[in-house]
Design a protein around this ligand. Sequence first.
Ligand SMILES: [Zn+2]
Length: 276
Amino acid sequence: MILVDTHCHLDLEAFDADRPAALDRARSAGVRAFVVIGFAPERWRTALELAESTPGIFATVGLHPTEAARYDDELECTLLQAAQHPRVRAIGEIGLDYYRDAAPRSLQREVFWRQIRLAKELDLPFVVHQRDAAEDVLAVLREAGPPHQGVMHCFTGDLDYARACLELGMHLGVGGIITYPKANSLREALRWAPLDRLVLETDSPYLPPVPYRRQRNEPAYLPAIAAKLAEVRGVPLHEIARITTENAVRLFGLSPDRIGAGSVEARPRSLELRGL
Ligand SMILES: [Zn+2]
């Protein structure tokens, strides 16, 4: 079984004490590729450092909506430059967060829109963070020129919301919440959604699946999420693994030989990352 963790934060301090061991545990559990999310300039650097030094790790770069006030032409220019790095596989996470409301909502929408356009120019997919802003996320996606290549990270919506996202071309990121007892409407949506639009993610160190809920989440727990999706769909686990891995490989432009354990060579930098 080969799995891809399409959304994790392995560069965060939460993994400083045991990062290599956490990666070993994940690989033993079948997780062979990891997309580490660079959500702010400081994290672009740490995500890229990990991706350069570790086989199977890829990175994204983008500005999280809680950081939207930092977006200006200079930051956009640096983002554009960072995104040229060969191990950057997506722009993200970007989106709207009306729960934390750390930046004015109109500004969040503009920054989200600009980064979608940037992803399109670069021919990269993008990773969407959405909290308490479901309708406005759809509105920006509709304005920004669908169909899109992207993923609704940690999808938590119901069937109607899933349908609306899929119509815009998006994939749905299936995370630990699928295992939570109260998530019935989410499970209903994920039972219905086309399998070729689902990818797996842990969002480590956040959102651990059952039965790890009081612990730090880590990519080694991805099989618990895959198993729950298999149960919800009534499909064998190895089928869920095969299809979701194919989806992740296609969406993030990974090549299968680059996700085999130990076979990934860190490619040289294609440009200077001065200013990061
Ligand atoms: Zn995240």
